[in-house]
Design a protein around this ligand. Structure first.
Ligand code: OSB
Ligand code: MG
Length: 402
């Protein structure tokens, strides 16, 4: 018997799904809902190179996007894991060849680069796919002794951190919360807004921060074209950007707003991959891009979005989805790339959780006040506390094998 596949082609041996619930230190309210607990889906892969962890950024409910934790677990169990676990060494090798032509960074992680092509037969479900790819990437980089920062092309050891501030019950509570974050050292404030909670809180926080404090807003699709004059009136507050005021599919209204106001318009929900990013930029619908790897199907696509935006001179920043330390570690590594010129929603663990499933991310001091250090150990660079994953389980783990 002859085979074209080298005997050494790496493969995925098992995929374990862990659903956990982690209480938030304070409720997080947005225009689409209020969360008091982060329900997270963690993916643990076993490969013949070693193990790795990834975090699915889908929320408990399909409100921010169509994806949600239960749906992600289901699509992994029914479609994604069987496709990867049934893959022969041959299949992996074919995918690897495809990846080699894609870009040099992907070529350095052939097993991780084989994941997206192998899962392309399933439409959408980017967050579910991205979680698996992240876990495989962690395993592969650990085996190579390389950190994510090194593999991605990080150019800095520390990244600037902002904080995303939810809609508060009262203006007074909002100002208290923002004051606390400023005292902790955060370098940029992002306010969640919605109709009825916009001009007044934004004006009050601008006053609190002073003229030079970095401030931006995020509407999570809560407005319509009729609100363009109101949104344009936010120009008075010198915001860094207005994030995703209109529906995910609606690039046209974002372009209309961009031509009606001075404040840069930034897309989050609408940006699904490098192609949609370039299209949105060319249409004038966005002049800054929020990069969330989970929403784009993984870190390898996020790198392509970064590169495409950089080639067009469009600044990017790293978004967040209330990640535990697993997703946060990878986000911080990504945020160390040269195109990430604005502080990210890469806050310290304590902004979300009293305890994290990894060693907590803690803001630096002195010259590193308001920054997080980019992990430099192999893979994500963080160790996952199995005891807490077990203790916080909201459902029995599921193990999928070949
Ligand atoms: O729109 O950026 C968003 C959290 C969950 C879902 C969507 C968003 C957010 C945040 C929080 O703004 C960012 C973070 O601190 O992780
Ligand atoms: Mg957003």
């Amino acid at each position: 018997m002859t085979s074209t596949a080298p005997a050494t082609a790496p493969r995925i041996e098992a995929i374990e799904l862990h659903r956990i619930e982690v209480p938030l230190v304070r409720p997080f309210e947005t225009s689409f809902g209020r969360e008091t607990v982060r329900e997270a889906l963690l993916v643990h892969v076993r490969t013949d190179l070693g193990d790795g962890w990834g975090e699915c950024v889908a929320g408990r409910d399909p409100f921010y996007s169509a994806e949600y934790v239960g749906g992600a677990a289901s699509v992994i169990e029914r479609y994604l894991a069987p496709a990867l676990l049934g893959a022969t060494a041959d299949g992996a090798t074919r995918a690897v060849r495809g990846a080699e032509s894609a870009d040099a960074r992907s070529a350095g992680v052939p097993l991780a680069a084989s994941v997206a092509p192998a899962l392309a037969f399933v439409a959408g479900h980017r967050m579910a796919k991205g979680a698996i790819e992240a876990a495989v990437l962690d395993a592969e980089l650990r085996a190579q002794g390389r950190s994510m920062g090194e593999a991605f092309g990080a150019v800095r050891d520390w990244v600037d951190c902002g904080v995303s501030v939810g809609i508060a019950p009262t203006l007074e509570e909002l100002l208290d919360e923002v004051t606390g974050y400023v005292e902790e050292g955060y370098r940029r404030i992002k306010l969640k807004i919605k109709p009825g909670w916009d001009v007044v809180p934004v004006g009050a926080v601008r006053e609190l921060l002073g003229r030079d404090g970095l401030l931006q807003v995020d509407a999570n699709t809560a407005y319509t074209a009729d609100d363009i004059p109101l949104l344009a009136s936010l120009d008075a507050f010198g915001l860094l950007l207005i994030e995703q005021p209109f529906a995910e599919e609606d690039l046209a209204t974002h372009a209309l707003l961009a031509s009606a106001c001075e404040t840069p318009v930034c897309l989050d929900e609408s940006i699904l991959d490098a192609a949609t990013a370039v299209d949105a930029i060319e249409r004038g619908a966005t002049s800054v891009v929020n990069i969330k790897p989970g929403r784009m199907g993984g870190y390898l696509e996020a790198l392509r979005v970064h590169d495409a935006c950089r080639a067009l001179d469009v600044p990017v920043w790293c978004g967040g989805m209330l990640e535990t330390g697993i997703g946060r570690a990878a986000n911080v590594a990504l945020a160390a790339l040269p195109g990430f010129v604005l502080p990210g929603d890469t806050s310290a663990s304590s902004r979300y959780y009293a305890d994290d499933v990894t060693d907590p991310f803690v803001l630096g001091t002195g010259e590193h006040r308001g920054q997080l250090r980019v992990p430099d150990a192999p893979g994500t660079g963080v160790a996952v506390r199995d005891d807490l994953v077990r203790e916080w389980a909201s459902a029995p783990p599921i193990t999928l094998t070949r």
